[in-house]
Design a protein around this ligand. Structure first.
Ligand code: GUN
Ligand code: ZN
Length: 438
């Protein structure tokens, strides 16, 4: 990092703070983490121009955000979540299949009402921002209106969300089922309406193999083929009963993952939540296909699903992102999600370092979603989505930071003790979209 005079640089916005971001995976490159104390981030039209040590007078007409003493990181990326489940977060007493029947399906039925969908979508986006999350992979419901609601709410806040209409044509109550044909038609229309409109990105979204007929999975495969560049999101190998059910429904397939593979649903820009109960052949296939695993620690613990094996995923060079999986997951906070991820790894005798954890929540997440060309760190030209973190947000954090002896130690305390209270502000495309104390 050099000290630079800034008078010759063309910028319209300046942000002063300490900064931390990654240029690579810190487990594979010991120069991957960049920590800039008293840094100055210069932006033009919401994009990064430079990140340097502060030196000299700012140009006239510059908008300055002075967060001196705070730590700025790229906005967190939540690779898998369900906005319609906001209302049922923290629902007691069940594992996956019963939880879907008892809580999820009834609440998702309400999203046929556009007004209701709008109100939850707005709340959900604000809650993401309150937690420093600026990009997410988001399930809507089976209703096309629910997709319009979430993309409209994201557009109002200039956020980059990936979302899509849930496709499900069996093994769920009639009032939230579509058909293979209507799911194809509605998804195609939504892709044309939303994909790459502003920052919106569309994901073809078959809920999971048990709630789709072979005809519907075929239709999902056709959508992915006919609209190159769209995403595909679903769930796989989350729960033992679910895996056994898929075996019964698709006896001719080698494994649960092979069902998706058979229908052309496994490749770049495919995001599979959970990936817990996979065998070695599945793991190799995930890695080779370029698909991403979404590691959902709070959900996997809450629903008693099992422990994600991060080390194995890393050994295979699989793309991995971190995810809240709200509302099976129990927090919107990516800090709390990293806390639980650390503990899940501990249960397997693995150690998730704080640098790796924050890498996964930022650049690693962006890479898993093929968005690292525009998101994930402060490289020149990237979109200036960032979170302003207060490492002194609570009396306990203040006490803990007294003896923190390195940036890694501070980050570790932040991910274990921090939550929405640690988020001082969140900016999207350079603009403040959440300010804690206002
Ligand atoms: N599998 C199918 N649908 C869901 C869902 O909504 N949440 C979780 N955690 N798993 C699923
Ligand atoms: Zn999910």
């Amino acid at each position: 990092m050099t000290d630079t005079a800034i008078s010759d640089i063309d910028y319209d916005t300046a942000v002063r703070a300490d900064f931390l971001h990654f240029v690579d995976d810190p487990d594979r490159n010991d120069q991957a983490c960049r920590y800039i104390k008293n840094g100055l981030l210069l932006l033009k039209q919401g994009r990064v121009i430079s990140l340097e040590n502060f030196n000299g007078e700012l140009n006239d007409n510059t908008t300055l955000y002075d967060y001196s003493g705070k730590l700025i990181m790229p906005g967190f990326i939540d690779t898998h979540t369900h906005y319609p489940q906001t209302e049922i977060i923290a629902s007691y007493g069940t594992q996956l299949l019963e939880w879907l029947e008892k809580y999820t399906f009834p609440t998702e039925a309400k999203f046929s009402d556009r007004k209701f969908a709008d109100s939850i979508a707005g709340f959900y986006c604000d809650e993401l921002l309150r937690n420093g999350t600026t990009t997410a992979g988001v399930f809507a419901t089976v209703h096309p209106e629910s997709v319009d609601a979430i993309f409209s709410a994201a557009q109002k806040r200039d956020m980059c969300l990936i979302s899509g209409k849930v496709m499900m044509d069996r093994n769920a109550p009639d009032f939230i089922c579509d058909t293979a044909e209507t799911s194809y038609q509605q998804s195609a229309e939504l892709i044309q309406r939303w994909h790459r409109k502003g920052r919106a990105l569309y994901a073809v979204t078959p809920r999971f193999a048990p709630t789709s007929t072979p005809a519907q999975l075929e239709a999902a495969g056709r959508l992915v083929e006919e609209f190159p560049g769209v995403y595909l999101q679903s769930h796989v190998a989350e729960n033992h009963d679910e895996v056994a059910w898929v075996k019964k429904l698709f006896p001719e397939r080698r494994s649960y993952l092979d069902v998706y593979d058979h229908y052309g649903l496994l490749g770049e820009r495919s995001v599979y939540a959970h990936c817990i109960h996979l065998d070695q052949a599945d793991r190799e296939r995930m890695a080779d296909s370029g698909a991403a695993m979404a590691f959902c620690p709070t959900s996997n613990l809450f629903l008693g699903s099992g422990l994600f094996d991060l080390e194995k995923a890393e050994q295979e060079n699989t793309r991995v992102g971190i995810a809240t999986d709200v509302g099976g997951g129990t927090s919107f906070s990516m800090l709390q999600t990293l806390n639980e991820a650390y503990k899940v790894c501990q249960m397997a005798g693995q150690s998730l370092s704080p640098l790796k954890a924050f890498y996964l929540a930022t650049l690693g997440g962006a890479k898993s979603l093929y968005l690292d060309g525009s998101l994930g760190n402060f490289d020149r030209g990237k979109n200036a989505d960032f979170v302003v973190l207060d490492l002194q947000a609570t009396p306990l954090m203040q006490q803990r930071m007294v003896n923190a002896d390195s940036i890694a130690d501070m980050l570790f305390a932040l991910m274990i003790l921090g939550d929405d209270r640690s988020v001082a502000a969140t900016h999207v495309m350079g603009q403040p979209r959440y300010l804690k104390d206002s």
